[in-house]
Design a protein around this ligand. Structure first.
Ligand code: MOS
Length: 745
């Protein structure tokens, strides 16, 4: 039996997806189901002076119109915690529909519940709202003078500023200095499935919420806190989730609003956000600007890095995606300073978005590195090797594992990097200017802060089930978990099933920050290994077993059969053992206690990106021709799903580089392109030849299965490689994302 881990197993849930049989949270069929529609504020700042719901209440099929005047008050709003603990993880510390104040455009001002979605939508158009408006801040440029440095960002997890050495002195003394400012448009996640919650109270006063979420227990704990209920009163089911990318990581208002509406109308309520509402209901990547100063000697050896970020946050929360964290440790600079500056604006609190922080912060650093390479006349790859961080530059700790050198080497071979003529504008094919560029990729390894749990059960027919409260939102986690459990139990994958998607299952932290598979995989590995060991113990202790009296350490399991390693003909199957001993099943709860984040190792995943672009010399159109990404994500559980994740990340990087931008209309304080027709994402025609490869590094530090996560590292550096390639093609540096064609005319 060959190991399941590392195989290219197809998604175990793939069949249901392609047949359209997967049930999403807005598709649950319930007796007496009703439909809720949100009405959103059309102003960005001010207060409601009048709200007339009479006509809406009289409309056909309407069961309730809920506003700040008659919706229940929430018990507490949980603090802003970034979901890493599997506790309450509210998206912002503000909850709408509690008073007349308007903090941002799109804030919910009313909920209509009706017997059909069409009737609810119609009734919502009959509500009359009048506002007193006050001036709103929705662009960074409107309020730079009000910037402040917060003590902590990111839900209190990270400091607002950090430093080592003396950066000012080192910059002043540097032989070469690169100084640049980079600007980033706001971005939205745009998963194919908009968020939705269906809430139903059963007759023993227990609430079930079918929710599209990255963490069923995070929804459970958050709604429990908001409604003032014990967690046991709430079950969250999340059977299928159509993509997320961070938009369903924090728990926003809609699951609690659906539950509150269902309690008030005494019927099940479905609340599905529209595509347009997705732009104002689940956070976004904030508009930001980053300033970088690098000081180096004439050979390009870095002595100083100063990295400041200024970004827009909400009226209530000090949120900034952590753009400075990975850039701070990417190279061996002895002198460093990183500072976050925030400006309060009238938007919802920004949130995680795929490679939160690194996608923007590493863009700035890796573009500045390209500029430094040009200034000192060194190949960009060679420059990175000269500044290679053999240990964590922050504290000198060894990396838990690295592999970056191997990534550089493999990518250079796959791409043909070394044939490159470094002179900008040196390659032309007709009207197309051709260029190549590269960038490094780093993404931190975040460890869950609390124990992770999974259950493994073997039935007397020799099949096994493994359970944990995770959801499958497109990462392939159910498939990888089947593989982990199969290997630990010594069973073929077709005799193992993984069950997730409910908060009634053992608690696992929300899958954020590329931790999902490592958190649940470690718990699954421990549960399945302990179950196997208990079965072996039971066999060697059983006088009727052929293994009676054998040394348990000398017993292994192949294809469901426990055998003596020295005599593989002596043994019996799990099924024989359980049937003979009249045991219907055996079950183990496995608990993984993650090592602390500060256990004396630098914790990062590494990789590198290379890209070739063609730029139309007359029209400024940029076409990415090919991309190569090589990453060292630890052990690869499933080549197919891991490579898909990494490739998906690289295409996100392409979108970030060339297409993705949400445009704010500051006159009305609302997003001007809140639709998939106007918010551009890469489609197949934009997708070039993409090569993904992995370097397997052994990592015995991070977790018992040695994996470092693949969900986000693929994004990091991709946009910088493309921007650097555009410079190589045209001789023009790009300081603003996305690189739209007018920037090249
Ligand atoms: Mo992920 S963007 O950290 O949910």
């Amino acid at each position: 039996m060959s190991p399941a881990i590392g195989a290219t197993l197809n998604r175990v849930d793939g069949r249901f997806k392609v047949r359209g049989e997967s049930r999403y949270s807005a598709e649950v069929a319930l007796t007496g189901l009703t439909h809720a529609v949100l009405l959103n504020a059309t102003v960005a700042s001010g207060r409601i002076t009048a709200i007339n719901t009479d006509e809406a209440e009289r409309a056909e099929g309407v069961l309730a119109v809920l506003t700040h005047r008659n919706l229940d008050r929430v018990a507490t709003v949980p603090p802003l915690l970034p979901a890493l603990a599997g506790l309450a993880a509210h998206g912002q510390t503000f909850f709408p529909l509690q008073d007349e104040t308007i903090h941002y455009g799109g804030q919910p001002v009313a909920i209509v519940v009706a017997d059909t979605i069409e009737r609810a939508e119609h009734a919502a158009t009959l509500i009359r709202v009048e506002y007193d408006t006050t001036p709103a801040t929705t662009l960074l440029d409107q309020a730079r003078d009000r910037a402040y440095v917060p003590d902590r960002i990111f839900g209190g997890l990270l400091p607002g500023h950090s430093s080592r050495g003396d950066v000012a002195k080192a910059l002043a003394e540097a032989e070469v200095r690169v100084e640049a400012t980079y600007r980033f448009a706001p971005n939205h996640h745009n998963p194919i499935e908009p968020s939705a919650s269906t809430a139903v109270w059963d007759d023993v006063d227990r609430l079930t919420i079918y929710d599209a979420t990255q963490g069923p227990s995070a929804t459970q704990f958050t709604v429990a806190a908001l409604l003032g209920l014990p967690p046991i009163s709430i079950r969250v089911v999340s059977h299928a989730v159509g993509g997320s990318f961070g938009s369903k990581a924090m728990i926003w208002h809609h699951p609690a609003l659906a539950a509150m509406a269902a309690r008030q109308v005494r019927r099940p309520v479905r609340l599905a956000l529209t595509r347009e509402q997705m732009f104002t209901s689940c956070g976004h990547r904030e508009e930001q600007e980053q300033q970088i100063s690098i000081g180096a000697d004439a050979d390009g050896r870095i002595s100083a890095l100063r990295h400041h970020k200024t970004s827009l946050t909400s009226p209530f929360d000090d949120w900034a995606e952590p753009s400075l964290q990975s850039a701070a440790v990417a190279y061996t600079s002895p002198n460093y300073e990183g500072v976050y500056h925030l400006v309060r604006g009238n938007t919802i609190t920004p949130t995680f978005m795929r490679a939160p922080g690194e996608a923007s912060g590493m863009f700035a650093l890796e573009c500045a590195m390209d500029e430094l390479a040009e200034r000192v006349g060194v190949d960009p790859l060679e420059l990175r090797l000269r500044n290679y961080a053999d240990t964590d530059p922050e504290n000198g700790h060894p990396w838990s594992s690295n592999g970056l050198r191997e990534c550089y080497q493999r990518a250079a071979e796959l791409f043909g990097w070394h044939d490159r003529d470094p002179r900008p504008g040196s390659r032309r094919e007709g009207r197309w200017l051709i260029g190549t560029g590269m960038a490094g990729a780093l993404y931190p390894i975040a460890q869950p802060v609390n124990p992770q749990r999974a259950k493994a059960r073997l039935y007397s027919d020799g099949t096994a089930v493994v359970e944990a409260g995770v959801s499958e939102f497109g990462t392939g986690v159910y498939t990888a978990m089947t593989q982990v459990a199969a290997d630990a139990l010594g069973l073929p994958v077709d005799r193992v099933r993984f069950v997730g998607g409910s908060s009634d299952l053992p608690n696992i932290t929300a899958a954020v920050g590329s931790t999902g598979t490592s958190a649940v995989g470690s718990a699954v590995h421990i549960a399945a290994t302990q179950l196997r060991d208990q079965l072996i113990q039971r066999a060697v202790a059983d006088g009727r077993s052929p293994l009676h009296g054998a040394d348990p350490a000398g017993v292994e399991v192949r294809d469901g059969r426990m055998v003596r390693r020295d005599r593989p003909d002596v043994g019996e199957t799990y099924a024989d053992l359980l049937q003979r001993t009249m045991a219907p099943d055996m079950e183990v709860l496995g608990i993984w206690n993650p090592p602390p984040q500060d256990a004396g190792y630098g914790l990062h995943t590494f990789g590198t990106q290379m890209a070739e672009v063609a730029v139309d010399a007359d029209l400024g159109v940029v076409r990415v021709r090919r991309m190569v990404g090589v990453f060292a994500p630890g052990r690869v559980l499933n080549r197919k799903t891991a490579h898909s994740q990494l490739m998906g990340g690289m295409l996100w990087g392409l979108g970030q580089a060339l297409l993705e931008a949400t445009r704010m209309d500051p006159r009305i304080g609302r997003w001007a392109n809140a639709s998939l027709a106007d918010y551009l994402v890469p489609v197949n025609a934009d997708v070039p030849d993409v090569v993904v490869d992995t370097i397997e590094v052994r990592d015995d530090v991070v977790n018992p299965i040695g994996i470092k996560g693949v969900g986000e590292i693929g994004v990091v550096g991709a946009a910088a490689a493309i921007a650097n390639a555009v410079h190589h093609a045209t001789g023009r540096r790009q300081y603003e994302l996305p690189i739209t064609l007018e920037k090249l005319l």
